[in-house]
Ligand binder design. Structure first.
Ligand code: SF4
Length: 208
């Protein structure tokens, strides 16, 4: 199949890497998962720790059947689709095929593009560098806001006012600012108990 057409239809996707590890962040922290990291992101976070993902053209374009075959090689049946920004692509075919093969499917997204795909868990992490598409707010199961600057608490509340009532709200220190903001984060959550703290535990475990 022609690659441009395949990507447009979501039948082929640029795959930066895929690996079996432990989900380190958010509500499912500690759970084994197969990560599918799609290449391409136009959000441009200054503190991004996967800047090499930004240019989609750098990564091989793979048929979704091959992506799913890779996931089936491991015993875990939870998949996390991440990036890059995975919602740059039509994720309907990939999620349908993962579902057919018995996977629970999660996504980590900034929500900067229209929503597609069928997910069991949507972790929405809005970024100041590109506004989310409105379609994300009804879909988000988890709102995870990275604290890089003191103004990010206000940014977190702005998005919290837009998600569904059932959405789990967490704030997470950006890794390089963790020491600077940890006390404020702890105090914030103690004073605002509808929030919880998410930590990048995979970085403490030194795993991908
Ligand atoms: S949205 Fe994610 S991949 Fe894109 S720049 Fe921001 S942190 Fe990096």
């Amino acid at each position: 199949m022609d690659k441009t057409k395949g990507v447009k239809e979501g039948l082929m996707l640029p795959l930066m890497e895929a690996f079996y590890t432990i989900q380190g962040e958010g509500v499912y922290s500690g759970v084994p998962a197969y990560f599918i990291r799609l290449g391409g992101c136009d959000v441009g976070c200054v503190w991004c720790d996967v800047k090499e993902s930004w240019e989609a053209g750098k990564w091989p374009v793979i048929p979704i059947e091959e992506i799913v075959e890779g996931a089936l090689e491991y015993p875990g049946r939870m998949v996390v689709i991440t990036g890059g920004e995975p919602l740059m692509y039509n994720l309907n075919p990939l999620t349908a095929l993962l579902k057919e093969n018995g996977f629970a499917i999660h996504i980590e997204t900034s929500g900067a593009h229209p929503f597609s795909g069928d997910f069991d868990w949507v972790c929405f992490s809005p970024k100041k560098f590109k506004a989310p598409h409105p379609s994300i707010y009804k879909k988000a199961d988890e709102l995870k806001v990275v604290i890089f600057h003191k103004s990010d608490f206000e940014f977190a509340e702005k998005h919290a006012s837009l998600v569904q009532e059932t959405c789990v709200k967490s704030i997470q220190p950006e890794w390089s600012k963790a020491k600077l903001y940890m006390d404020s984060i702890v105090e914030y959550v103690k004073s605002n108990p509808d929030w919880k703290i998410s930590l990048q535990t995979h970085k403490f475990m030194d795993i991908p």
